[in-house]
Write a protein that binds this ligand. Structure first.
Ligand SMILES: [Zn+2]
Length: 177
């Protein structure tokens, strides 16, 4: 887990299969890029199936998890660090076909963006992470903004756009079984 907060709030529960998938991914990431830490953000509540983990409407069955982006600065890979303290809401702006609209969960949080450190995505680790998820037959869908899917060469198939009304996926990767 990226933050102890997710555990304190009981947002870290997953099915045994998803747990295995995530641990395999972390192992494969570290094999491809030594010293890499792969971090989970929100996953699911333990209480009962069908209870959504707000604001993630789909995180309701222990088969979905959000994975933190991988960052670097001028000194290289930032191990286990995220631009925002909770991993979310540090957006990587890029071209989008979504209109400006309200209400939706597609928050921009422009007022917050200047607060985060000015780190870049670690392109090598981002590309590996998305490729691992795409190639894992146990993974059914991966949500990431189209401009990032394009940048890392993983467009199409199970890599989808979540739609303009849902939360943005240029601050984290969503994956599900
Ligand atoms: Zn998600």
């Amino acid at each position: 887990m990226q933050s102890i907060l997710y555990c304190a709030l009981n947002r870290h529960y997953v099915t045994p299969e998803l747990s295995t998938v995530l641990q395999d991914m972390a192992r494969d990431m570290a094999a491809a890029h030594p010293d890499t830490v792969t971090q989970v953000l929100d996953a699911g509540f333990p209480f009962w199936n069908g209870m959504p983990l707000l604001p993630h409407l789909s995180h309701n069955d222990g088969e979905k998890a959000d994975i933190a982006f991988f960052y670097e600065n001028e000194n290289g890979y930032l191990r286990g660090q995220t631009r925002s303290p909770i991993g979310y809401f540090a957006f990587q702006n890029g071209p989008t076909s979504c209109p400006k609209r309200w209400p939706s969960l597609r928050w921009d949080m422009a007022w917050l963006q200047g607060v985060w450190p000015n780190w870049s995505l670690d392109d090598r680790r981002m590309a590996t992470a998305l490729r691992l998820l795409k190639n894992d037959p146990r993974v059914d869908k991966v949500f990431v903004e189209p401009h990032l899917a394009q940048r890392y060469g993983v467009t199409g198939g199970k890599v989808r756009f979540q739609g303009c009304r849902a939360a943005r996926h240029d601050d984290h990767i969503h994956m599900q079984l």
